[in-house]
Every structure is written in structure tokens, then in C-alpha cells.
Write a protein that binds this ligand. Structure first.
Ligand code: OGA
Ligand code: NI
Length: 359
């Protein structure tokens, strides 16, 4: 049985408070094993970037442009699990305002933020760790986590009351990014050879879930020894990440390499979550990613997680299961899957790999 702790196993220390205190030496709790540290060797900066895809052509009347865009997305889902989208329909001004209001939130005095301090029971609110293993190594970041969908789980009173425009902006931003997620779900469905509404329906139709995690990565005194967020794959269906505009940090695994994503102005970074890996019977992979930090600039990112309804069973689509390619995963609810992750914290792809049916 999964244990659901009501409280953190140790007193919570905010990474931001440590950073602001001006320490020069990274506390031991944040020092990762050598194998998990970012490469300290200064590699020549690579030209490789995840694909950048213009969504405008999807709605153009020109069928061949539409087909080309669909196939670019298909390739990105199969080979990268990650891509950036431009001309996605979300107002650039809204994106900037949403990111900047959260930056302001993190710069409020600690007491204001502490009002929203979270616990592992729901994770909602202001937090500084994922996972409840006592003595675990910690990541160099703080975050704010909130529920957006289903509406029955949305409680704006749990969202920051300051800055004064925060709640309204989150509501407006959430509405817009949900629309984009719905569109992307259709595109992925069609690309998988399923009906346009297949994925949405399989994930709960009108009852899908969505959460926002705003990550704050403070300046770090010894960035080569730690990570802002340890390697993980996202547990849900699809993630839309709004990165900071002038500091990078997200790295995506490609084989044995970590590719640092170069954010394109006004783009969203899209990535496939574990539940689409399950539903697609691993045609699409949820790819491991992590965040590196630096000593010069803080970084803010908004990760919007589009998730299946919590209590329905997710399993490989029958259409994608054949004799040659039997179902790789047994049915499991998202609630059960998420409980696993919330106990252990980020652990690469171990969670989804552990689901695999024996051959
Ligand atoms: C996440 C995540 C990446 C980033 O929140 O799951 O992967 O760049 N964030 O902050
Ligand atoms: Ni992630």
C-alpha cells in the first residue's frame, strides 16, 4: 500500500533562502553523485536543438502544408519526445505577463509565500522538494503547484493572493493553454492513426486533469555539483512548458547525451508524458529531462501538465496492440501511478519502466 505522508520528513529549507543568504559552498544535501552532475567539462556548445514547429500551417487550407506539419510533429514525438511550437495561438503578451507575475511571487518576502507552504498530502502550494524519502538528495529549486482541472479540484483560494493579479492571470493563462493542449491531443491522435478525439476520450473526455507547476531556480553557488531538477519523465499525458526568456536550463536526454534546449522566443516547449507512452504502446516515448542551474541568473519556468482523469484505467490502445507488438503495459489509473512518483521523487524513467509487462 502506498503511504501518503501528511508532512515532510525533515524541516523544509527554501533553495531561494539559501541562495539569498550568499553562501559560497553548496550544502551537502544538494551535492549530487558524480554520475548525476552536469558535465563540468566545457563542451563546445552544440548546434543541436529540439525541433521547432510552426503550428500555423495546421489550420491552413493547403493540405500539403498541413501534411508536412503533421509529419514533423510525428517525427518529433517518435525521436525526441520534445519539440517547440510557434504560432500556437496563445497570446505572447499573456505568456509574458503570466511568467512575470510568478517571478514577482517568488520575490515576495518569505512570510507571504509561507502562507501557501505545501505538504506531501496534495503537493498543492509553495514547495521545495518532490518525494518524501528521508535524507534524499535535494534539487536546487522551489516551486508552486496548483490544480487547474477538473474544475471540481480548482480552488483559487489556494493560489497566491499576491501579487494581486496572480489569480486572474493564472485563470486566463490556464484557459488558453488548455485549448492548445486539446489541439495537440488531436494532432497526436491523428498521427497515431487513431480517431481525432481518441486520446482526449481515453484520458477522460471533459474530465481530464491539468495542473501548473511554476519552478523557481535560484542562482547557485556551485552549479556544477547539483541540478535544479533531477532527471525525470513527466507522469501525465502532455506538458507545455513556458521557459524563461533569457536563461536556458532545460536538458533533454538523447541516448547518452544531454541536449540543452535553446528556447525560441514566444514558443512553448511540448513534451510527451508517460501516459501517452502507455497509450501509444511506446510508439511515442516520454523522454527524460532535467534542469541545470547557474551562478549568474535565476530562472522561472511554468510547466502546465495535461493529465488523464485520475480514476480511469490507462492502457495501450487496442489499435496499437498486435501479435508482433503485444501490450507493453498493464492498465493502471493515473492516481495510482502518480502516488508512486510522489513517494519516490524524480527517478529518471524508472517508474514507467517498472510498469512494463514481463516479456
Ligand atoms: C518539470 C520540468 C523543466 C524546466 O517541471 O517537470 O521538467 O525547464 N521543468 O523547468
Ligand atoms: Ni518535467
Amino acid at each position: 500500500m502506498m503511504t501518503c505522508l501528511q508532512n515532510w520528513p525533515e524541516p523544509v529549507v527554501r533553495a531561494q533562502s539559501l541562495s539569498d543568504s550568499g553562501i559560497r559552498v553548496l550544502p551537502e544535501r544538494y551535492v549530487k553523485r558524480p554520475a548525476d552532475r552536469p558535465l563540468s567539462l566545457d563542451l563546445p556548445s552544440s548546434d543541436v536543438n529540439i525541433p521547432v514547429i510552426d503550428l500555423q500551417n495546421l489550420s491552413s487550407g493547403d493540405n500539403s502544408l498541413r501534411a508536412t506539419t503533421l509529419s514533423l510533429i510525428s517525427g518529433a514525438c517518435r525521436h525526441w519526445g520534445f519539440f517547440q511550437v510557434v504560432n500556437h495561438g496563445v497570446s505572447h503578451d499573456l505568456m509574458t505577463r503570466a511568467r512575470e507575475v510568478w517571478r514577482e511571487f517568488f520575490h515576495l518576502p518569505l512570510e507571504e509565500k509561507q502562507v501557501h507552504a505545501n505538504s506531501p498530502a496534495t503537493y498543492e502550494g509553495y514547495g521545495s522538494r518532490l518525494g518524501v524519502q528521508k535524507g534524499a538528495k535535494l534539487d536546487w529549486s522551489d516551486y508552486f503547484f496548483l490544480h487547474f482541472l477538473p474544475e471540481s479540484m480548482r480552488d483559487e483560494n489556494k493560489w497566491p493572493s499576491l501579487p494581486p493579479s496572480c489569480r486572474e492571470l493564472v485563470a486566463e493563462y490556464g484557459k488558453e493553454v488548455v485549448k492548445l493542449c486539446e489541439n495537440l491531443m488531436k494532432v497526436l491522435s491523428v498521427n497515431l492513426g487513431l480517431g481525432e478525439d481518441y486520446l482526449q476520450q481515453a484520458f477522460g473526455g471533459d474530465d481530464v486533469g491539468a495542473c501548473l507547476r511554476v519552478n523557481f531556480y535560484p542562482k547557485c553557488p556551485q552549479p556544477d555539483l547539483t541540478l535544479g531538477l533531477s532527471s525525470h519523465s513527466d507522469p501525465g499525458a502532455l506538458t507545455l512548458l513556458l521557459p524563461d526568456d533569457d536563461v536556458s536550463g532545460l536538458q533533454v536526454r538523447q541516448g547518452d547525451n544531454w541536449i540543452t534546449v535553446k528556447p525560441v522566443p514566444n514558443a512553448f516547449i511540448v513534451n510527451i508524458g508517460d501516459q501517452i507512452q502507455v497509450l501509444s504502446n511506446a510508439a511515442y516515448k516520454s523522454v527524460e529531462h532535467r534542469v541545470i542551474v547557474n551562478s549568474v541568473k535565476e530562472r522561472v519556468s511554468l510547466a502546465f501538465f495535461y493529465n488523464p482523469k485520475g480514476d480511469i484505467l490507462i492502457e495501450p490502445a487496442k489499435e496499437l496492440v498486435t501479435e508482433e507488438r503485444p501490450a507493453l503495459y498493464p492498465p493502471m489509473t493515473f492516481n495510482a501511478y502518480r502516488a508512486l512518483i510522489r513517494t519516490e521523487g524524480p527517478r529518471g524513467k524508472l517508474q514507467i519502466d517498472s510498469l512494463k509487462s514481463p516479456p
